[in-house]
Design a protein around this ligand. Structure first.
Ligand code: GAR
Length: 193
């Protein structure tokens, strides 16, 4: 396997809105020799997102963006990403919808992790809905982002068994553990590693 150094790794931005546990696992992965990406920037839709603390801990540049005005947001964000020479974007618990214009500009370069076995349970409250429907399995999916919500080409999925006494909390935790493994694997797959 090729050894990847900081110089030839793909400059990546991670977008978050909350806890950032996937961000943390991606940072750890990105710092290993086998990772094709190097995380150069954290973008958060909320100033109070817990995940922003990883910027400080791991010394990664972070920016908070107000996503309310799409046009201003698009221009500002695109300019920040270009300035930092960002080549790839990983959405990790990012709870805002990106504009079509933005997605087109980074076409094929944005990926997302979603806590369900897509195409099932797109959108919010995935675990609640899976439990309500008495599903035997749920899981997580890493996919390319296109202009339709949670609908781009699937890169990898991991299936998780739902137990008899499963709660929303226990299922969230169980699937998150798998998300932390699946996201790095999906990135390696994109780069044929
Ligand atoms: C994760 O379960 C992620 O899959 C989900 O939010 C959680 C964020 O956790 N994303 C979505 O629901 C996107 N539609 P984290 O902040 O600890 O990574």
């Amino acid at each position: 396997m090729a050894i990847l150094t900081g110089i030839n790794k793909v400059k990546t931005a991670v977008f978050i809105s909350g806890n950032g546990s996937n961000l943390k696992s991606l940072i750890k992965f990105s710092r290993s020799n086998k990772s094709p990406i190097s995380i150069k920037l954290i973008i958060s839709s909320h100033s109070k997102a817990k995940g922003l603390s990883y910027g400080k801990i791991f010394k990664i540049k972070k920016r908070v963006i107000n996503f309310k005005n799409t046009k201003i947001f698009d221009d500002k964000l695109i300019s920040i990403l270009r300035k930092n020479q960002i080549e790839m974007i990983c959405l990790a618990g990012f709870m805002k919808i990106l504009s079509k214009n933005f997605i087109q500009k980074f076409n094929g370069k944005i990926i997302n992790i979603h806590p369900s076995l897509l195409p099932k349970y797109k959108g919010l409250n995935t675990h609640k809905r899976a439990l309500k429907n008495k599903e035997k399995y749920s899981g997580c999916t890493v996919h390319f982002v296109n202009s339709k919500l949670d609908s781009g080409k699937i890169i990898l999925q991991k299936r998780v068994k739902i137990s008899k006494n499963e709660t929303e909390k226990s299922l969230t935790e169980k699937i998150l553990i798998q998300e932390h493994k699946l996201y790095p694997k999906a990135i390696s797959k994109i780069f044929n590693l």
